[in-house]
Design a protein around this ligand. Sequence first.
Ligand code: PLP
Length: 373
Amino acid sequence: QKHKRVVNFSAGPSKLPDSVLQRAQEEMLNFRETGSSVMELSHRGKTFKSVISEAEKLTRQLLNVPDNFRILFMQGGGCGQFAAVPLNLAGSPGATVDYIVTGRWSESAAKEAEKYCQVRKVHAPKPHASDSSDSEDSEEEWWSELSENAAYVYMCDNETVDGVEFKCPPRTPPGVPLVADMSSNMMSRPIDFSKYGLVFAGAQKNLGPAGVTVVIVREDLMDGRALPFCPSVLSYHVTSRNDSLYNTPPTFSIYVTGLVMQWVRDSGGVARMQELSREKSSLLYNLIENSQGFYYCPVDKSCRSRMNIVFRLSGGEALEKRFAEEAAKQGLTNLEGHRSIGGLRASLYNAVTIADTRTLASFMRDFAKRVAQ
Ligand code: PLP
């Protein structure tokens, strides 16, 4: 029991596909006939350069990234980007920037940006909900809230803590680039790059191990917008010019991220991940809705996340604690909500399978039945 692999529903670092971990294990001591672990290779050597360029190519291919966007591998995680975005894109110190606040992470990003910019917070009652053509009215609402003189508009595509996700990006005023934190949903659906100037994601949820942050940025935004005191390690321009090898990168994380990309490709690509994410999340949301109030979801139906299913037990906190403890005993781990809001949360990133989700669903049904007795 001690060594049995659990189903990890953590919000991050999260479950990685077994086949990826096995491959990393097989290659651990002798990577591509070098007689070294990939962790021991020079980041400037031929072998590692092929690792990083394969990871980049796969990212480009899987997400259909246009040629005028650069893919950067950076460090500092999502929080590093909270600083990097204003430092690189503000144009001048104190510039006006718009932050759409939909939860904890966009709030944190806005707070960081306040060190460098005049931040205007746009408090969305709920993220832009509709991805159908009858959404024109709400698009116009967004349009009028965002200022035309902002250096950029910032949003968090999926709020990991709150369980809130945009269905499609808001329309920004002409010429104002949209920046999106996709830390917890990148690779779970296609991205329409014509709508964004920059997207980024810390790897440790859907992409790989912690340590590397993927930044996809439109080339023209790397010219002339950085603040003079932007540190070199956070500079998009410096990182791009050095092919993400300005300083020693997190080589092992980049390698495993590349393996995860291969796994996504071999599993049917991003479109397949999108189908699976809909199926997995619907399974849990339907169960919650049909539980006669035993479980409930505090998030408005129009903006519920496919990645982080936030839910509560109407029986109260003590029962929630028991739920998480009993689930963990059955190998379903990390179902507690974020420490700041409590409750429960099941994260269904790409590596969590339909079978894993069904196991959780049957535990949830069984738990409800047992408590009712
Ligand atoms: N943005 C989102 C949406 C997140 O979920 C997280 C972490 O959970 C972060 C940013 C912060 O990322 P990091 O811990 O890599 O700095």
